[in-house]
Design a binder for this molecule. Structure first.
Ligand code: FES
Ligand code: FE2
Length: 484
């Protein structure tokens, strides 16, 4: 940060005033925001295939989502009314979901249609149905309503008008993050970190500087603001908006004369206290060719990298906040020239409900759990494993990456079989043919090795430090176990 000390002091005193002011706001809690009466973004439409089951949770409550052959969407509680087995372990048959345990079948609206164990003249009990939830598609995203069905209003789903324009192209990425949703929102509204932590990928550390920021609108429904680099007085403004509780957009007129627009839309959903789902969509209406041509799985390799650059830092931040057991105001020093939107988001959290996961009291119980249930080494180990598990965090949920991953696995096996056959032939063939066969063998092995390397890119994060850490952590665990 390029500020002299007097400016720094001024910024810090302004910051403190602002934090004190937010504490005052927090004391006047506004209860007219109901976290349950909201639409939540579950996944992109393109990642939910027909007749496949997608399970997820919302604040630890399990749900199952599926799409029938007719295109009908269904979202049910993921708990069989018979004996609580997970419906998501079952299958879809003729538009119905069947529990795998005793084969009870349910319609998309949750009604029980068949119980094979009932005698011929017995009726299906009325309470043998599963709770269902409104679910709709909007701008390529599947949303579920978690509140009262009668109050579900599709018009309240936030949308981006630019996405409906004909020449707009999008790139969509989804992942499950092992941290609380509030840290994700903080991370996204924190433009200042782009040039530091994402140096070389999204940003450039030579651009680290103060930002000119302002909040233009704020209410119980969220806030809007804009910002730009301070060092360039004529730099274009970037618009940012947060629509509570889970929708953030950035947009910028790159070239106002030609109406060139670029934007990012970030959706999120709290899976549990310590996990959230994130959906990120980049869009633009210029230079669309490269975006259309690039295979989606290849783009996701890059998106995974960006996500992982943040991941370890946010996990560390979350761990610290849990261990501190105190409210964020005691441990944050937000700057108006970098953290204004984070401050605004925290103020919004305080305004709507202090019992949200960011509440200090809640953190006490979480941190107590951590300390009582695991040692420091176990916690660090878990953190590193979470950071490196790309397979469950993204690949298996993404239709494009899952398909590419399965094809690469098959290709690798074919290479190995071919290499073995060629080797057998080389051993039995004449000298010249044997030499040619060995060349083919080397080629097949090289292809197999390449496929293996690509396959692991779908499975784990590729940062050498993490591999070393995992190795160290494993050996430390073994040493600990042998000592006890
Ligand atoms: S638990 Fe589902 S059918 Fe028995
Ligand atoms: Fe993907």
């Amino acid at each position: 940060m390029h500020l002299n000390s007097s400016v720094s002091n001024k910024v810090i005193s302004e910051t403190i005033k602002s934090v004190k002011k937010s504490a005052t706001i927090a004391s006047k809690k506004e209860q007219n925001f109901n976290r349950q009466e909201c639409w939540y973004p579950v996944c992109f439409v393109r990642d939910l295939s027909v007749n496949t089951i997608h399970s997820f949770s919302l604040d630890d409550e399990p749900f199952v989502l599926f799409k029938t052959q007719d295109g009908e969407l269904a979202c049910l509680l993921d708990r069989c009314p018979h004996r609580a087995a997970k419906l998501s372990d079952g299958r879809i048959i003729d538009g119905k979901i069947e529990c795998s345990y005793h084969r009870w079948q349910f319609a998309p609206d949750g009604q029980c249609l068949d119980i094979p164990q009932l005698s011929a003249n017995a009726k299906i009990p009325l309470n043998a149905c599963v709770q269902s939830f409104p679910v709709v598609e909007s701008q390529g995203v599947i949303w579920m309503w978690s509140g009262e069905t009668t109050s579900a209003d599709q018009k309240s789903i936030p949308t981006v008008p630019d996405l409906d324009k004909l020449n707009c192209v999008t790139a969509e990425y989804m992942a499950d993050a092992p941290y609380n949703q509030c840290y994700f929102v903080e991370n996204i509204v924190d433009f200042g970190h782009i040039d530091s932590i994402h140096n070389g990928t999204l940003g450039n550390d030579k651009n680290i500087q103060a930002l000119e920021m302002e909040v233009t609108e704020t209410s119980i429904k969220g806030f809007r603001g804009r910002f730009r680099y301070m060092r360039k007085p004529d730099a274009p403004w970037l618009e940012m908006s947060f629509i509570a509780p889970n929708f953030i957009t950035y947009s910028c007129k790159v070239n106002p004369l030609q109406d060139w627009t670029w934007g990012v839309v970030c959706y999120s959903m709290p899976l549990s206290e310590d996990r959230c789902r994130i959906l990120i969509r980049n869009y633009r209406n210029f230079m669309t060719g490269s975006m259309n041509l690039k295979p989606r799985w290849l783009d996701h390799m890059f998106q995974n990298k960006i996500f992982e650059e943040d991941l370890q830092v946010i996990m560390g931040q979350q761990t610290q906040m849990k261990l501190l057991r105190e409210n964020w105001r005691k441990h944050y020093l937000p700057l108006k020239t970098s953290d204004l939107f984070i401050l605004e988001y925290r103020k919004w959290l305080d305004r709507v409900d202090l019992s949200l996961p960011t509440d200090g009291n809640n953190l006490v119980s979480q941190s107590t759990n951590i300390q009582s249930s695991s040692t420091d080494i176990d916690h660090k180990f878990e953190l590193k494993v979470n950071c490196s598990d790309r397979l469950s965090r993204h690949t298996l949920m993404c239709s494009s990456c899952k398909c590419a991953y399965q094809r690469i696995k098959i290709f690798q096996q074919i290479c190995l079989v071919l290499a073995t056959l060629i080797l057998v032939y080389a051993v039995t063939a004449e000298a010249l043919e044997s030499q040619i066969a060995i060349l083919y063998f080397i080629f097949a092995v090289t292809l197999g090795a390449f496929a293996h390397k690509l396959k692991t890119k779908f499975e784990v994060s590729h940062t050498p430090s993490q591999k070393n850490w995992l190795h160290w952590s494993f050996s430390q665990r073994i040493r600990n176990n042998s000592q006890t």
